[in-house]
Design a protein around this ligand. Structure first.
Ligand code: CTP
Ligand code: MG
Length: 232
């Protein structure tokens, strides 16, 4: 059932990846990260439309790069903002009112499995207002003070690392973005964090190692291994 719109924040510079093009336009196995990500999103039977928040100067490039995968009117490209939150807000602003399910997916999570997209959308369709994919935290986690001394060990059993796509009832995400003050910009690192502030319960589904976020140069190598089946 193609009943969801996916917002794809893709306007980041990719500073941790080092000098070069904006991260979403960097190449992985010969194709930009954004193309990998959107191809996977569109392969989901849940996805009806895609809204990309692009680097402001790259709108035409993005339309051109995505042409083999998706084109207007199913694709909309809007200029992104200074923060991820601003980019998502810009994309959310063009979602038609009659859409019930909105997913938000980082272009940097280029290898997201189609099944994960379906799982998140299905959980929203089943009645959850907000749904996030998570993985258990495998490392031991400690609190460290400003001087580098350990002040405690955190029980990791209830901890989860959070991925995208995150899925929302459209009106819930609208309200979350509407109610976030300018002063709070950037303090919440994912979309579900804004929804939590409304007192709305967020449901978790199993994430995937393939939905890893490409952040540092070594992540590109890991992603390439996942793509060619050498790892994962
Ligand atoms: N993003 C965005 N607009 C911004 C900042 C980030 O749309 N102003 C997007 C990125 O393109 C990415 C996702 O949000 O798909 C997650 O952000 P991150 O991994 O931090 O990417 P960058 O901000 O590009 O990387 P860095 O923080 O290293 O500069
Ligand atoms: Mg960033």
């Amino acid at each position: 059932m193609r009943d969801a719109v996916v917002l794809v924040p893709a306007a980041g510079r990719g500073e941790r990846l080092g000098p070069g093009a904006p991260k979403a336009l960097r190449s992985l196995a010969g194709e930009p990260l954004l193309v990998h990500a959107v191809r996977r999103l569109v392969a989901s039977q849940s996805v009806a439309q895609v809204v990309v928040a692009a680097p402001p100067q790259a709108r035409d490039d993005v339309l051109h790069l995505l042409a083999p995968v998706i084109a207007p009117p199913a694709l909309t490209v809007v200029p992104g903002g200074q923060t991820r939150q601003a980019s998502v807000a810009a994309a959310l602003a063009v979602v038609p009112d009659d859409i019930d399910i909105v997913l938000v997916h980082d272009a940097a999570r280029a290898l997201v499995p189609v099944e994960l997209v379906d799982r998140v959308a299905a959980a929203v369709r089943a009645g959850h207002d907000a749904v996030i994919p998570v993985l258990p935290v495998v490392d031991t986690v400690k609190r460290v003070d400003a001087h580098g001394y350990v002040t405690g060990t955190v029980d990791r059993a209830p901890l989860r690392a959070v991925q995208t796509p995150q899925g929302f009832r459209h009106q819930v995400l609208r309200r979350a973005y509407h109610e976030v003050g300018e002063s709070e910009q950037g303090q919440v690192t994912d979309d579900a964090g804004l929804v939590e502030r409304l007192g709305i319960r967020v449901y978790t589904v199993p994430g995937s190692p393939h939905a890893m976020k490409i952040t540092h140069p070594s992540d590109l190598q890991v992603a390439e291994s996942l793509l060619t089946g050498v790892a994962g």
